[in-house]
Design a protein around this ligand. Structure first.
Ligand SMILES: [Zn+2]
Length: 459
């Protein structure tokens, strides 16, 4: 039946079947739903639309405006969201996939099942897309990325680059390419390009003098080869001097903020010439040095819907003063975090692109998938001084742009229908982004209650 002569009609039949999956049986058109009555935060920093209507057709937003002024297809379903707030789903530009499972942290956890579970966990919290930064293992991330599924979008930089045995920390260390020769580094970049990696990650950090920093000739070769293959390069850094040289070498983004000293005029001048360079501030990853007294939200019973009692116990301990900690180490970490906060504020004020990047799943990020992305928004307001509206734009529009995801980040016609419905207004209190009523990704509601039931006691 599907011989060459009939191929064309066969393809048409397959296309019709695919369309049918999104088709209302009574009207024979792609299903449309009008979400009406909510306050809509567009995500681009513009004033919210009160008593709004958003039309979703299939997996796309087809209209956004004031209720009564937006045309909806005849027969569209209607969902009343009076009293709620709608905001774009978040995007997290710096995560580590696969190693964490509940309180365990090991390379043995890096399985397809665990990667898919993490993507569901991000979706549960209204995170539409994440970038795995440099700690992918083998071909698995690319295979999972290609799978159709219901959770968050999975972007990956595959394996990142460091000197041998000097890249990422903990059980993630052996996932990176260890390089000593430029030709070898270029060959690995071509491997990433063949896999269509979403970006390239490098580590330029001596980890307090414990490992060798990736050499400048090597990162120049990596950046040059990546750019020849239309790949951008992001760097883990700590120090201002490295950040300056990386900018001169053509780097495209920073996975962390400069934390050894305050950025200076020379640095701000370099940034002005490279307006598309992005900075991720990893405030969640540094939460232990930023949050110095246990916050009340740690005891919020709603957290039990996503995390096990053991994980929540760990979280409470991480956010409480540790009497056994070395006071000098605590002092050092707090000074670096304070520098991070000052530099984030300074770069934001200078017009640099600041994106949400939590390091969740990594050594310091822990297993709090999705929660960390929301808390980082709160810290941007309470510790950096952004307004809630500015922080929301960081976590939605700018973070999507940083990853080249032009169909995410704002609520507008033509965008993917990825949004969070909130019970309270985050413009009044940014912590309200965690008062999630429902999440929709690609026009489909995420089955949050069913996922919670599945996770109950695990994770
Ligand atoms: Zn990281």
């Amino acid at each position: 039946m599907c011989g060459p002569i009939w191929m064309r009609s066969c393809l048409a039949a397959v296309a019709a079947l695919l369309l049918a999956a999104n088709t209302s049986p009574t009207h024979g058109q792609t299903r449309a739903t009008v979400f009406e009555g909510a306050r809509v935060i567009v995500g681009d920093g513009s004033a919210p639309i009160e008593n709004a209507a958003i039309v979703v057709t299939g997996d796309r937003i087809t209209a956004v405006g004031r209720r009564g002024e937006v045309a909806a297809p005849a027969g569209a379903a209607r969902i009343d969201l009076a009293g709620k707030t709608m905001m774009p789903a978040l995007v997290d530009d710096h995560v580590h996939m696969g190693y964490r499972r509940g309180t365990s942290f090991t390379a043995d956890n890096y399985t397809r099942e665990n990667l898919l579970d993490m993507l569901d966990r991000y979706a549960w919290y209204g995170v539409a897309a994440v970038l795995e930064t440099g700690t992918g293992r083998g071909d698995l991330p690319y295979r999972v990325r290609a799978e159709a599924r219901t959770g968050a979008r999975y972007l990956t930089t595959g394996s990142g680059f460091g000197m041998p045995n000097a890249g990422p920390g903990g059980p993630m260390r052996d996932s990176a390419y260890g390089v000593t020769e430029e030709a070898q580094a270029r060959k690995y970049v071509r491997e990433l390009a063949a896999h269509k990696a979403d970006m390239v990650k490098i580590w330029v950090d001596d980890r307090n003098g414990t490992v060798e920093k990736l050499k400048p000739n090597l990162y120049r070769a990596i950046i040059d080869e990546a750019h020849q293959h239309n790949l951008r390069v992001m760097a883990h850094i700590t120090e201002l001097a490295d950040a300056k040289d990386l900018l001169r070498a053509g780097l495209d983004g920073f996975a962390h903020m400069v934390r050894d000293r305050d950025v200076d005029e020379e640095f701000l001048g370099l940034i002005k010439t490279r307006p598309n360079v992005f900075f991720l501030e990893t405030l969640w990853g540094e939460r232990r040095a930023i949050i110095t007294a246990k916050p009340a939200w740690v005891d919020d019973p709603a957290l039990r819907e996503a995390f096990s009692p053991e994980s929540l116990q760990q979280l409470a301990e991480q956010l409480s003063p540790d009497p056994k900690a070395d006071p000098q180490a605590v002092q050092r970490a707090r000074a670096m975090a304070a520098t991070n906060l000052r530099n984030t504020a300074k770069l934001y004020a200078a017009g640099a692109r600041i994106g949400l990047g939590t390091d969740t799943g990594g050594v310091s990020g822990g297993q709090f998938f999705g929660l960390g992305s929301h808390v980082e928004l709160e810290l941007l307001v309470t510790k950096v001084g952004l307004t809630p509206m500015q922080a929301l734009a960081v976590g939605t529009r700018t973070s999507a742009e940083n990853l080249g995801l032009s169909d995410l980040g704002t609520l507008a016609a033509g965008k993917s229908a990825d949004f969070i419905v909130l019970d309270a207004n985050p413009l009044d209190d940014i912590a309200n982004t965690r008062r999630i009523n429902r999440v929709y990704l690609r026009g489909e509601e995420i089955p949050r209650a069913a996922l919670s039931a599945k996770w109950n006691g695990r994770g």
